[in-house]
Design a protein around this ligand. Sequence first.
Ligand SMILES: NC(=O)c1ccc[n+]([C@@H]2O[C@H](COP(=O)([O-])OP(=O)(O)OC[C@H]3O[C@@H](n4cnc5c(N)ncnc54)[C@H](OP(=O)(O)O)[C@@H]3O)[C@@H](O)[C@H]2O)c1
Length: 285
Amino acid sequence: MILLTGITGNIGGATARALLAQGVRFRALVRDLTKATAWAEQGVELVQGDFDDAESIRRALAGIDRALLVLPNGETQERLELSFIRTAKEAGLPWIIKLSSPEAVRGTTSPIPLAHIAAEDAIMASGMKWTFVRPSFYMQNFRGSVKAARATGKLSMPMGKGTIAVTDNNDAGLFIAHVLTDADQTRHHGQCYDITGPDPVMTFHDVAKVIGELIGQPVVYDDCDPKAFQEAIRPFHLNQWHSDAVATLFAEIASGRTPGHKTDTFQKIMGRPGRSLRDYLKTLA
Ligand SMILES: NC(=O)c1ccc[n+]([C@@H]2O[C@H](COP(=O)([O-])OP(=O)(O)OC[C@H]3O[C@@H](n4cnc5c(N)ncnc54)[C@H](OP(=O)(O)O)[C@@H]3O)[C@@H](O)[C@H]2O)c1
């Protein structure tokens, strides 16, 4: 039996949709049952719980042989992921699949990838079988960019000459669902999967060009002031810690310290390419 976490969010939700489409039954741990009624109506077994409540994790893990660990970025992410891993190990969970990030490379100073490194290390030391799925920069991070570009003719982000590879959230969910249900599960044990879509590594000038082509007007990349940008996106963050952590991560991308890298992992495992950025942005144009 599979346990998913994070199904009311992006990647957990995409994984849940993919499992349901395959007719696979699974359990999900959710904080607020009322947010998950649509899942319950589709037959998902819900357990009310919180990563901050080890007893609820134990309840959710009863009879589970594969669990997906998803948490959003925040100052409690590392502590809560470590707590989940400890409880899962004590409960005898055979296989843990963790949503992580390709930016989780030693030498980073950004608290977001540092939290992922701490959790990956704890999982590898736990004795459980493990798989890490690490999607590159979400295409959905450009969700508001098409509308903004129409209004301003600009893609304004403080990314300097930084480069990224991009992944569609939905593809990340399809990939995780495939790993969770593959008849040959053992081939996924001990694998760190950095996944991307089919696009080459791109600068933000490249992204601006794609947006411009789609909306039929020139769009230029505006390497805007990081502080002003941080203020503009502040409402989308939980608190100052989150806002500062994202700013540090973006500064690492801008400086070229974490250049994106395209991989063929999605294509190899799924037998087809993922969605391209153009295809995703078309849905917003
Ligand atoms: N943004 C990117 O480009 C990118 C790229 C690669 C990897 N990532 C990684 O992706 C992860 C975020 O994934 P996402 O976008 O799917 O997140 P998300 O959409 O923010 O969803 C987070 C999920 O976790 C649940 N949750 C939060 N706190 C919880 C708690 N204490 N106990 C139980 N459940 C809890 C939320 O439930 P509620 O509905 O109750 O809040 C929600 O279902 C991060 O770790 C990030 O580093 C991001």
